[in-house]
Each structure stands twice: as C-alpha cells, then as structure tokens.
Design a binder for this molecule. Structure first.
Ligand code: SER
Length: 587
C-alpha cells in the first residue's frame, strides 16, 4: 500500500468515526516559540488539549508535517529520518481509552489488514505520579490482544510529553513483529534489535507537567495519537527500511545510477536531507546562521557533501530536486507552485558551500595530520569550530569526515560550543539593535514604541494570535512582520491604524519594570523568542493596552509619537505579513 493510500484510509476511517479532518499546520510553528519546528501532530493543538474549544469539535484527525533534528547525525542508518509525516487522531475531552484502543485495533487489523498476532502492545507500569495502567491493558484484551503480548514499562517508554513542561500522560504503543528471530530470551518490544517496530502511539493526556516537575490534572482527558507514515508504509510494503518506499525510491535509484561507488549511507543521507530541505524551504524558511535557518543550512550542506562523496556531479542537484518534487507532489500538491523557489534556495546554498568545500577539506586534512602526529584520535572541538567559522563546515560534516578517517569527535561538546556561539551572536545582534536605537535617538525610539502599539492593535483588529515575527526600524520608517493567514482587508488596515492613533491620542503612560522571565510570560507579556531573553527581563507596559518583554528604549507617553500611518501591507514569506508604517509629525 502506497503512503498516500495509507494516509487516505487513515483520515477516512477516523472521519467515519466522527472526526473532523483538519489541515496540517506548517512545519514552522505559528504561535509557539518554544520549538523551532513542529515535531508532533499534537503541537499545534496544545491550546485545545488544555481546554480551549476547537472550532471543529472534540474529535479531530489530520496528517502533520514534522521535523525532528535531535538525531540528525544518525540519519544514514536504516531508520532515522529528520522530516516525517505523522498521522494522528485526537479526542479533546471526548472518548478515552476504551474507544481509542478499539479504533486503533480495528484500523490496524481491518483497514491495514495486519494480522492480530503480529501486534504487541505496551502500557504504563505505574509510579508515584500515575497508577499502573491496567485499564488500558484490559481494553487491549477485550479488543483481541492476549496477555502474553501486552507489556508494561515505566516513564522512559510509556509516558509522553513534548519537552519539559506541558500536557502529557501515560501512553500505549503498538508494535509490529517483523518475524525476525528474537535477539535472545529477553527479546521484547522495548529492545532495539529490530524484531519489533513501533507503529503507533496513543497518549492518554490527562496531566500537565509543571516547571517544578510536579503534575497537575488537566481540565479534560484527551487522547493524542501518532503514527509515522513512512514507517507504517515500509512495514506494509514488506520493505526493510523507509528508504525502500516510493517516497524515497526514485531519488535513491537516481543517485545509485549516477554514483561512482556503492555508499548506501551517503545515498540515504543525501536523499533524506534533500526531502527535508525541500519541505522546510517550501514552508518559507531560508538558510542562515541561526535557529531554523541554521538547521536548513546544515541539511543542505551535509546533503551536498554526501552527493559529492558519491562522485555525483553537483550540477545535477536541480534535476534531483525536480525528481523529488515530482514524487512528493502526490502527497503535497502545493510543492508544484514552489518548485522554482525551492530550487533557488537549495541550489543557491549548495553553490555557497562548494566554494568553501575544497578549501575546508584541505584544512581538515591538516587538522587530522596534526592530531594523528600527536598520537590521538579525537578531534578537539576548537578545531571543529574553526572549520565551521572559517569554512562554513557544519559539525555533522566534520563528524562524517572524521569517521571516514578513523577519527572521533565528541558531538555533545560540539553542540554545547555551538549553542554558546549562537547565544553570543544573538546577544550581539540585540546589542547592535539596542545600541543603534539609543545612539540614533528620538525617531527610532518613537518607532520602537509604535511597534508595540501596532503589535497590540493587530491582536484586537485582526486576530488575537497575531505575533511579531520580525521588526526593523530606521529613523525614516518602521517595518513589522507578523503571522497572519491572509492579506489584510482595507477595513482591517484602517481599523488597525485608527486604533494605534486612538492610543496615541489617549496619551498613555509608558512604564517599565524588571522581573523574572517566567513571571513576565505568565503575566501575559508578549515575548517574541522566549529562549533569547535572559532570566531577568525588562517588561514595558503602555497604559493597559500593551505589555512586552523588551530592551527599550521607549518614549514616556504615547502622545509624543505624532500620527501613525500604514504605508504598505504585503506578504513577507509563507504565513507572514509585513507592514511598513511611518510616524508623521503633525505639529
Ligand atoms: N504525541 C505523540 C507522539 O509524538 C503521539 O502523537 O508520539
């Protein structure tokens, strides 16, 4: 069964069981700055899991585009992927364990025709936070799974939460028995030998994990399930790895045809990273040195290196992208419209990288000669960092090169160093921004305050979920980017402008105070990038209309701003609009 058919079967099945099909959210989270990319189907639904009413009701189903980068340097083996699609269904305070398990069992055995004996399940073993989940085990027995294929594990295996805090709960996982020989007498679903492959996870989300590690009960009990599309597809197709299914096969084969060697690991890395880069670029991200853009850059650069390692001419990248989009557009028809843009982004970044690749590899060889001559086999993180700073070598690329040369690197140490570096460059750019403002005076300060007013006005006029996504100020004008799914109507533009001018006329007081970051966020202060601020932050308040974490400076009273005028409203990137506005002095 092809992936697209599995997806259709899934959505239809749950629709038949009263679920509304909702669209996939973009890979780039819209209202959640706690993660760089959407990593699970539940992420865009967090407010509803916490009790907010979803406009489509209490039973939802979708496919969600996801990206997980924790294991980026594991890609190349037979199972790790960065980008994947997750099929999911949700109960928002509606059905719970019994119905969820019966539906899962029916879908697996009747729609996907998996023989019941091939399925094993795991349940939560219980601890001081939550009792042993006998209820779930009994549901499985009633559905048709005998006791000997029901396993109990602790929080490490059967408890699900995205990150450190948030909605969570005990889960039950379904495993497919590949029929391989058990690796020993203790071979179980939890073991890594490959006999059992996890195919679905149903989370019974009834708790919230607080900052201090304690758990509170949620207002409602939810079910959050997730099934990795590529994984279920390769299993149903009787293949060994996701790289053998129709989603990856054309690019894998093409690379094999063009390769001068039979390096399957490089083929997988290039194929996987190419698809991920296409999906990220299509959702509006561009390569850069920070955050999401840095991930995209790393994926493209690592892919580039593996294509050249295969001995494939890099000039064929554009054709490979075409081939990949031709394959993917069955699942994501919108890629067709973005074809040229995607090619520009990926080929452009490849070109940048190859300019430095040769020089970098030369430098790398010098580094290993030096280390080998010292009788060592670990490349120190400083050298790796230098390769990055001087030659744009992402650490994974250096790690790959090191492994090929029988050398090691400590990825944890590197990741720490990079985090530090990124924090520094962020602090640097904030500093520059701040410095620019304070040194250049009056007009910029006014625009800065106007930015806060505009941010607050858009929430009232357009959508309460509009948030700042970027801003740029000169003494002549302000530019403000925000998430929004439509072009503002003339009425919305006018009303936004009017509201900002009303607040200016109201002569509101602008005040600021310092507080702990978490307190500020809890009190509802607007905050663009949670992780970019220090633990103690300054919060600027304007009358009762705006509250934002911000470095300032600002005017003292809004009447100092003059008259606010929107000059232009346009698209900035996918889901992001841009407003250019000026302050005109009336007196
Ligand atoms: N959120 C759970 C997961 O990602 C179930 O969808 O596995």
């Amino acid at each position: 069964m092809k992936a697209i058919e599995i997806r259709e079967k899934y959505l239809n099945f749950f629709e038949k069981h009263g679920h509304k099909i909702i669209p996939s959210a973009p890979l780039i989270p819209e209202n959640d700055s706690s993660v760089l990319f959407t990593t699970a189907g539940m992420q865009p639904l967090v407010p509803y899991l916490l009790g907010e009413k979803h406009p489509e009701g209490t039973r939802l189903t979708d496919y969600q585009k996801c990206l997980r980068t924790n294991d980026i340097d594991e890609v190349g083996d037979n199972r790790h992927l960065t980008y994947f699609e997750m099929l999911g269904n949700w109960s928002l305070g509606d059905y719970f364990k019994e119905e969820s398990i019966q539906m899962s069992y029916d879908f697996l055995t009747q729609e996907l025709n998996i023989p019941s004996e091939k399925i094993s399940v795991t349940c939560f073993a219980g601890d001081e936070d939550c009792p042993r989940d006998e209820i779930t085990a009994n549901c499985w027995k009633r559905a048709g799974i005998p006791e000997e294929r029901i396993y109990f594990y602790g929080k490490d295996d059967n408890w699900w939460i995205a990150g450190e805090t948030g909605p969570c709960g005990a889960d039950t996982e379904m495993f497919y028995d590949t029929g391989k020989e058990p690796c020993g007498p203790d071979c179980q679903p939890s073991c890594d030998c490959g006999k059992y492959v996890e195919i679905w996870n149903n989370v019974f989300m009834e708790f919230y994990r607080n900052e201090d590690g304690s758990y509170s009960k949620l207002k409602q009990h939810n079910v959050d399930t997730g099934m990795g599309l590529e994984r279920i597809a390769f299993i149903l197709q009787g293949k060994e790895t996701p790289f053998d299914i129709e989603i990856f096969e054309p690019v894998m084969s093409k690379l094999q045809e063009l390769s001068k060697n039979d390096n399957i690991e490089s083929r997988r890395i290039a194929t996987e990273h190419l698809r991920a880069s296409i999906m990220i670029s299509a959702d509006g991200e561009r390569p850069s040195n920070v955050d999401r853009g840095y991930i995209l850059r790393r994926l493209i650069r690592r892919m580039t290196r593996h294509i050249s390692k295969l001995g494939v001419d890099l000039n064929c990248l554009s054709d490979l992208i075409d081939l990949n989009i031709d394959t993917l557009k069955e699942l994501y028809p919108y890629l067709e419209q973005k074809r040229e843009l995607i090619k520009e982004v990926i080929v452009g970044e490849k070109d940048k990288f190859i300019k430095t690749l040769a020089r970098g590899e030369k430098e790398f060889n010098k580094v290993i000669d030096r280390i080998k001559s010292q009788g060592k086999d670990i490349i120190d993180s400083k050298s790796i960092f230098k390769l990055y700073e001087t030659y744009g070598f992402p650490p994974e690329v250096t790690k790959d090169l090191a492994t090929e040369n029988g050398m090691k690197v400590d990825m944890n140490e590197i990741n720490e160093l990079f985090k530090e570096h990124q924090n520094k460059s962020r602090a640097g750019s904030e500093q520059k921004f701040k410095g620019g403002l304070s040194s250049s005076g009056e007009m910029e300060t006014k625009y800065h305050t106007a930015t806060h007013l505009l941010n607050a006005a858009l929430k009232i006029i357009v959508n309460k979920d509009c948030h700042q996504r970027g801003s740029n100020i000169t003494s002549e004008r302000m530019r403000f980017d925000f998430n929004c799914d439509h072009k503002l109507t003339p009425e919305e533009k006018q009303a936004t402008e009017d509201l900002v001018n009303k607040w200016i006329d109201d002569d509101l007081v602008v005040s600021h105070t310092e507080m702990e970051k978490q307190k500020a966020i809890d009190s509802g202060a607007e905050c663009m990038f949670v992780e970019r601020y220090p633990d103690i932050v300054t919060v600027y308040t304007i009358g009762e209309v705006s509250k934002e974490i911000c470095g300032g400076p600002h005017v003292n009273r809004t009447s100092e701003l003059g008259h606010f005028k929107i000059k232009k409203e346009e698209a900035s990137s996918a889901g992001i609009r841009r407003i250019k506005a000026v302050l005109v002095h009336e007196n």
